[in-house]
Design a protein around this ligand. Sequence first.
Ligand code: CTP
Length: 407
Amino acid sequence: MKRIVLGVSAGIAAYKSVLLLRLLREAGHHVDVIPTSNVENFVGDATWEALSGNRVTSNVFDGVQDVNHVRLGQLADLVLVVPATADLMAKAAAGLANDLLTGTLLATRAPVVMAPAMHTEMWQHPATVANVQTLRDRGVRIINPATGRLTGKDSGPGRLPEPEEIFASVQDLLGDARLAGTKVLITAGGTREPLDPVRFLGNRSSGRQGVALAEAARAAGAEVTLIACHLEVPAPHGVTLIEASSALDLHEAVFTHAPGQDVLIMNAAVADFRPATIENSKIKKRDEYSAPVIELVRNPDILAEVVAQRATNAQLPPFIVGFAAETGDEQGTVLDYGRAKLARKGCEMLVVNEVGATLTFGQDTNSIHVLFAGSSDSVHAAGSKLEVARVVIEQISHATKGHAAQE
Ligand code: CTP
């Protein structure tokens, strides 16, 4: 977790800064937003406060007792200005400090990153060119604007880069790039096995844990592909999203997308069985008393198949993580069953979570144990699904480094 000041100056691209704020918060950072006073014409303080979880003001005379114009800059690990208008950069280059953001820029000794956005004529004006050069000479990192559609009918250089791109450069700068350059494929949610055009056999997985894993992997710099089976929560930004419905669809999607990936995380709750036949029309009550008998057949074990096929296909991911939803009983604990399953599946890591009517499914919190092939170690984590996901991603990043070193 780092402390970031997100300065926002008054341009239409301020809306993209809202998405950047979300990405920074999802990655676990503390963010103090400092808009300039005209930003409220584009995005109001309520939005910044709700998404940052912190009070927001543009005014140096608010909360004077806290000496915010100096304090926020002093505490920050990084100061971002997104978007940076021509006016804001001119003030910063001149060393003006007539509002909270410009004061913070003078007071801070943290790295400063600015992402300019303006019309092409303003970006190319000699005054702006000189101000950008002055700021660069002083060590401010300026992210070059993208070329493309601007406000109105104009197009050219001056467009704010996408929030995901700015976020990626911020993560690099903060050193949270543990999985940079790593391709991670994650399956999430629960499969549905059709019985007829309207009915299916399903399970209670909401996809929350898989989505949290995708967020945590992306925040660690990974290139993430998420295969989603009926998510009850929105998929995160900045990942490639593929949808799958039944276990057979998921099987096909995994084998299509797994080649070339470095890590596969099989988090989806995959139905082990499916109806032997799918009726073309809705199954009807034929008389008053009888009920149909549904014959089930086995689904392929996708995880075990990918592990098995690696023997002959070097393109398949060298590091595979399984999930096990377990309940303990008189014969063994949740961990005993987890270790047996890890050995059976042949993957590199198994994340075991205890399930029950009130545990795990559809909840916002989770309690897990991470088990490693060929080791009796285990790592326990409990908390929100995002907190748990961060621990899993941390363990994957440790283990894959070890893995690469052994090869
Ligand atoms: N899995 C899979 N294909 C299946 C079933 C499960 O790829 N047909 C994956 C899941 O995504 C998970 C892991 O296997 O990563 C463990 O799933 P689980 O259902 O707990 O294991 P099973 O092997 O089905 O064992 P059990 O007999 O306990 O149901």
